[in-house]
Design a protein around this ligand. Structure first.
Ligand SMILES: CC(C)=CC(=O)SCCNC(=O)CCNC(=O)[C@H](O)C(C)(C)COP(=O)(O)OP(=O)(O)OC[C@H]1O[C@@H](n2cnc3c(N)ncnc32)[C@H](O)[C@@H]1OP(=O)(O)O
Length: 258
């Protein structure tokens, strides 16, 4: 499949998607979102792929939704067509792990897209923000919700009300990103991290992902019970038996994804 706005590659057991609209700082236009959905569909249906990395350029992960594309739209159009559509949420709905490798600007929809991933590894020059308020609108792809859950009300409110941009160090301190690495090491680091995940038991990885995500949608008691039942279900897998046997026999496990 030929893509115009993204680059799609397989790196071992990892699917790599690079946002590729350099002249527009990877602004997320509709065709790009469509292509991203198709690439994710492909990687999800490919059993050789165990994890996905989503990245941009050194200057920009993505500078937001495409403002020029949005500027002529009116209320009845965006409301009737439910812009921003579920297509934008495709990343969040991916059952395989998705790591965002973010260098440069991750603003507006770019920040929202990064937050839809399972975790963010940031380059030292990463900048996160929800500046929609400065162009007369508000975040529309989950920013007010995911940012608040990630960094708490005070920082999220300040960022959404003023458009203030957070640098990588502040983002790490606030819990928005898991780690900061040098920009030139960012992609390799993300790919190595993804490869590590891809080598594990894929059904167990999915269960772990579902269980962590449950924390955002349930009470503590419900979440703990969900986790326990999923934990119990790992005992139905050959991979669980193999993992524990390999530990006892002091060897590397050989997972079969079943
Ligand atoms: C998801 C929802 C509901 C909403 C949104 O995401 S709204 C968008 C939120 N994002 C922003 O408001 C950021 C907009 N961009 C900027 O403020 C600046 O571009 C910058 C601070 C990220 C970088 O500034 P810099 O001076 O280094 O670069 P520019 O000359 O401004 O940009 C280069 C090139 O890219 C085009 N560009 C940048 N961002 C967008 C965008 N979000 N949509 C469309 N186009 C964008 C910019 O116009 C310029 O292209 P031209 O020279 O051809 O105009």
């Amino acid at each position: 499949m030929a893509y115009e706005h993204i680059l799609v590659e397989k790196k071992g057991r990892v699917g790599l998607i690079t946002l590729n609209r350099p002249k527009a700082l990877n602004a997320l236009c509709t065709p790009l979102i469509d292509e991203l959905g198709l690439a994710l569909d492909d990687f999800e249906s490919n059993s050789d792929i165990g994890a996905i990395v989503l990245t941009g350029s050194e200057k920009a992960f993505a500078a937001g939704a495409d403002i020029k594309e949005m500027s002529e739209r009116d209320f009845i159009d965006v409301y009737s067509n439910d812009f921003i559509t579920d297509d934008w949420e495709r990343v969040a709905k991916c059952r395989k792990p998705v790591i965002a490798a973010v260098a440069g600007y991750a603003l507006g929809g770019g920040c929202e897209m990064a937050m839809m991933c399972d975790f963010i590894i940031a380059g030292e020059n990463a900048k996160f923000g929800q500046p929609e308020i400065t162009i007369g609108t508000i975040p529309g792809a989950g920013g007010t919700q995911r940012l608040t859950r990630a960094v708490g009300k005070a920082k999220a409110m300040e960022m959404c009300l003023t458009g203030r941009i957070m640098d990588a160090e502040e983002a790490e301190r606030a819990g928005l990103v898991s780690r900061i690495v040098a920009v030139e090491e960012l992609l390799n680091d993300a790919l190595e991290t993804a490869e590590k995940i891809a080598k594990l038991s894929q059904p167990v990885v999915m269960m772990a992902k579902e269980s962590v995500n449950k924390a955002f949608e349930s009470s503590l008691a419900e979440g703990v019970m969900f986790e326990r039942r999923v934990f119990h279900s790992t005992f139905a897998l050959e991979d669980r038996k193999e993992g524990m046997a390999a530990f006892a026999e002091k060897r590397q496990p050989n997972f079969q994804n079943k």
